[in-house]
Design a protein around this ligand. Sequence first.
Ligand code: MN
Length: 256
Amino acid sequence: MKVLLAEDNAVNRTLAKKLLEKHGHTVVLAENGRQALEALERETVDLVLMDIQMPLMDGLEAIAAIRKKEKGTQVHLPILALTARAMKGDREGCLAAGADDYLSKPIHTPELSAALEKIRTAKITEVPASAVVATTATNANTNSLDMADALQRVEGDTELLEEIARIFADECTKTMADIRCALAAPDAPLLEQLAHRLKGSSSNLGARLLAQSAAELEWMARAGDLRSARLYFNTIEAEVSNLLVELEAISRKVPH
Ligand code: MN
């Protein structure tokens, strides 16, 4: 299938693109809702994977725009919404905007494949609740990176893991610098957005501890509690530096 993937997070975007390509699909990329709509003007695709939280134009808005255009035609482009928010009501929100189905991030290949298969066979009318992924972070592992989880995510492809790790390290360093600025400003909405980004990339990488810490920070920012956020940021900095050391070790292990 030809798939339009709209996702603002570079780690998630690369991971989803590579996984789709591994399974023989062609991928067109967009980094926000506006780019997604532009891509659809140029290209005919079989399916859209639409992240919900994106800058400039979010996924719900883009999905609504696609459905508005289809009105009065026979066309119905299958759209799978991708969301990191595991909150109740999200699924309803996605479906209300016009999405056919909903996948929780981080993306798990079996669920993605199942959803694609369903669309390929055009049986997307009603999706069982089992297709909705609930990821519970149970982590007895003291390592920053859960290697088993990370490898499973890339289907055992160590080269892809190395690539994802490299993108993550670059992005994470930038995001941490931006978080520092947001805390100093102080800018709670920006902080919330940055913490959300950090949570998304780290959970897609398999860095659960950091993903959990970033989620905490996101909540503090949402609550406008910058005092706690500032204190908590030290924990996150320590977590990030551990993780970056572990990622370094991965790159050294993987032969070129
Ligand atoms: Mn996003």
